[in-house]
Write a protein that binds this ligand. Structure first.
Ligand code: SF4
Length: 264
């Protein structure tokens, strides 16, 4: 009946053809989640909003006061928060964009989109949350600095660090998701993470797959460097990190990242 409906005979595939078909995952267009960083025209004629990168969502009181002051002077007193733990100053005129940008940079913040820095988010972590197994915000900033220097990316990467299984930073939907845990080290324990890759949301919704268990944070930057460099060298043109990792087996990715620790 199906062949009649299709007006075509069904083809029987052998085992290797089925495996090949299952592994096929066409490249997805790269994401643009970080596009709000920098200055962008609003719907309202002549007005712009400026997206400011806040590393892991951490501001000093001086920076926050400074931003409030900039918003009063160059905008209409509003500061808006983004889900990427960054911040927007809306309603800025074109004439004020350069001055505002200079003053934001003087506060130690950035308005240049960065494919790594703009997409790292972290939950509160053990500075202020009793459930946390690690200093997620501190580690997030260390990872940003390390990876940005060593792995320039041509497309945005989201890295989500979360301090416990409550997952306030939603590690399971990050390109790279890090779930904190205590890692045994001799007679003591160290802060570390379980590593997940390939998560997504919206029309790319997917739960990340775990590729490493209980990695001490000391070993993590090198592991992620190896993974991102593999993506940079082996991905297809315009392929997203999510799509790239989804067409790899967990075992393959385990081999890549563990080779990284042996390199140390
Ligand atoms: S994920 Fe856990 S550790 Fe992080 S803020 Fe939420 S409850 Fe606290």
């Amino acid at each position: 009946a199906v062949e009649e409906d299709l007006n075509s005979p069904l083809i029987k595939l052998n085992a290797s053809e089925i495996t090949l078909l299952r592994s096929w995952n066409p490249p997805q267009p790269v994401a643009t989640e970080h596009a709000h960083i920098g200055s962008h025209p609003q719907k309202q004629e002549g007005l712009f909003y400026v997206g400011i990168g806040i590393p892991a969502g951490v501001l000093t009181p001086e920076q926050l006061n400074g931003l409030a002051d900039l918003s009063d002077r160059f905008g209409n007193g509003e500061l808006r928060l983004t889900v990427w733990q960054n911040l927007l100053i809306p309603n800025v005129t074109k004439e004020d964009l350069d001055s505002l940008t200079r003053e934001v940079v003087a506060l130690g913040l950035h308005v240049e989109p960065s494919n790594i820095r703009s997409g790292v988010i972290a939950c509160t972590g053990n500075s202020y949350c009793k459930f946390a197994s690690a200093n997620t915000k501190g580690h997030a900033r260390e990872l940003m600095d390390y990876l940005e220097e060593r792995c320039p990316m041509e497309c945005p990467i989201n890295i989500h660090l979360t301090g416990c299984s409550h997952s306030c930073a939603q590690h399971y939907i990050g390109d790279i998701g890090l779930l904190a845990t205590q890692v045994k080290s001799g007679d003591t324990t160290k802060e570390g993470y379980h590593v997940f890759v390939g998560g997504g949301f919206g029309d790319k919704k997917e739960i990340g797959r775990q590729i490493a268990k209980a990695v001490a944070f000391d070993d993590l930057p090198l592991m992620l460097e190896r993974l991102l460099k593999k993506f940079n060298s082996d991905s297809w043109p315009q392929e997203s990190f999510q799509s790239f990792t989804q067409r790899q087996s967990v075992e393959t990715m385990e081999d890549w990242i563990h080779a990284a620790t042996e390199m140390k």
